[in-house]
Design a binder for this molecule. Structure first.
Ligand code: MN
Length: 508
């Protein structure tokens, strides 16, 4: 089975590949029981269908919402959970108890369910119909207590789930459900996902390393290594005609000098991109990593190729950092269709001006084109490490505005997801001698607290930087994954944050 089958690549009018979240489904499952008689159950079914169809039409919910018939017995509940587990496109279920649904009926089904679950604590009517309300109305609209019975069982069984409270047409509820659906899509994408590492991780580096066996067991994606020679062979076999066509695409897409257009280095870069793409497609990989310490047979370190492949939806991180590569992929899936982009990133250097402190984020080359503000410039410059020919890269600034940095850390016996909300700013000056793409931001709640908290949590220098997602998306994602989320945001207080880390150590 093709690992990408569940995510159908479609091409938008800008000719880059997006991930089609509408191909994925969340199932709307309403709980009830036989106590009330057929007429009430018909009402329950009609209301549930109306809610599911309304959620499905809402642009804030990026996936398909599928109405499922009301479940009224332990057998029906077990059957729908098993059906969800087996359905390749079902990424999660949304439950709601329109009436009372005695929760012992749910035990066997919930025990078997392997899909993420969201409990929508809503009610068909927004308002109490003051003049008409009678015991028939009360009999039908019981979610205020029916959902509590269900919630008890979920808590008793210690099942991680999202709980969303409010009327189903409320914009806040729709936003929360949309965010959870995106997190579930990212999680679904990881299950069975394949990542390839060309070479090992950078020598002696700690934070980018980790337990690949434990990661596969916890997260569902596998990471396997290929010697750089396997990739070099594919790069070498790319036909000249394809290289010429891609060079023309570079010329059409970017600011580029006529001397670089004639430079053989540009053809070398295009050939690397085509070879990498062919390798990833042949191996059905969703992400990759390389390292400047293992480039035998490569003409230059992949620069522009990686920047463009990330934009096409592949996860990537440098120096063998497979954890960040996997995270970049998941965050691209979660952010699909939202404005802005998501990229591999590294906190590079600081501006410690007390009046205007900020972090300059960048990498040697590999910042995703999706976060470019305006048309990138395609240039060739020397690279101090790696000992190869000068690599071609895209250079650009990134737009000002809210963003997040996220890092997946291997704590030895468990994983931690660390998120910092940041505010990106417009560079206060030109950086004429800096030959790489870059972003400037100030971390929340402030430079000093944000950076201190990050260091205390053991966050990596490598991150996924996203303009598309918020910390809320990653909180849902960590919950689904069953791992700790350490969150640094506007409300972070260092003393409290240190305590949270200590308590989480005990909890996880
Ligand atoms: Mn790095």
């Amino acid at each position: 089975m093709n690992a990408n089958m569940d995510l159908v690549p479609i091409t938008d009018n800008k000719q880059h590949i997006m991930i089609n979240l509408k191909a994925l489904e969340i199932w709307f499952v309403t709980g009830s029981q036989h106590l009330y008689g057929e007429a009430v159950l018909q009402q329950v079914a009609a209301h549930s269908r109306e809610i599911a169809e309304s959620l499905n039409r809402d642009p804030r919910i990026p996936v398909t919402v599928v109405y499922k018939p009301t479940v009224k017995t332990p057998e029906e509940i077990y059957a729908i959970c098993m059906e969800a587990n087996a359905a390749p496109n079902c990424i999660g279920i949304v439950t709601w108890m329109h009436t009372f649904s005695p929760a012992k009926m749910w035990i066997r089904g919930l025990k078997a369910l392997s899909r993420p679950i969201c409990h929508l604590h809503t009610q068909y009517n927004r308002d109490i119909p003051w003049k008409e309300i009678d015991m028939d109305f009360m009999n039908l609209n019981q979610s205020a207590h029916g959902d509590r019975e269900f919630g008890f069982m979920m808590s008793r069984m210690r099942i991680n789930r999202k709980v969303i409270t409010g009327h189903w047409q409320d914009i806040g509820v729709l936003q929360e459900l949309g965010a959870w659906a995106r997190a579930a899509a990212g999680w679904h994408d990881w299950q069975g996902a394949r990542l390839v590492r060309f070479g090992d991780n950078m020598r002696y580096v700690a934070v980018t390393d980790g337990d690949k066996v434990e990661a596969e067991s916890q997260f569902g994606f596998s990471v396997n290594t290929h010697g750089i020679g396997d990739l070099v062979a594919m790069i070498r076999d790319i036909p000249d005609k394809a290289v010429t066509a891609l060079v023309k695409e570079y010329a059409d897409s970017y600011r580029i000098t006529s001397s670089l257009l004639k430079d053989p280095a540009l053809k070398d870069a295009a050939r690397i991109e085509l070879g990498l793409k062919a390798f990833l497609e042949a191996g059905r990989y969703k992400g990759f990593s390389d390292t400047f310490e293992d480039l035998h047979g490569m003409v230059q370190l992949p620069g522009i190729s990686v920047q463009r492949l990330m934009k096409a939806g592949y996860g990537f991180a440098g120096e063998g950092d497979w954890k960040t590569a996997a995270l970049v992929r998941a965050m691209k899936v979660m952010g699909s269709g939202l404005p802005g982009g998501s990229s591999f990133m590294e906190d590079y250097t600081y501006h410690f001006d007390p009046a205007n402190p900020m972090v300059l984020g960048s990498h040697m080359l590999e910042i995703c084109e999706s976060i470019a503000d305006g048309q990138p410039s395609c240039e060739k410059h020397p690279l101090g490490i790696g000992g190869k020919a000068d690599p071609v890269r895209l250079i650009f600034n990134s737009a000002a505005g809210p963003a997040i940095n996220a890092s997946l850390v291997d704590m030895g016996h468990r994983f931690r997801l660390l998120v910092n909300e940041v505010e990106a700013v417009t560079p206060p000056a030109d950086l004429p001698r800096l030959p790489v793409a870059r972003v400037l931001w100030e971390p929340w709640p402030d430079m000093k607290t944000g950076c201190t908290a990050w260091i205390l949590a053991g966050g990596a220098h490598h991150t996924c930087y996203s303009q598309q997602l918020t910390a809320d998306h990653l909180e849902d994602f960590a919950d689904i994954a069953g791992i700790e989320l350490a969150r640094i945001d506007k409300h972070t207080n260092l003393r409290q944050f240190r305590n949270e880390l200590r308590w989480n150590d005990a909890c996880y």
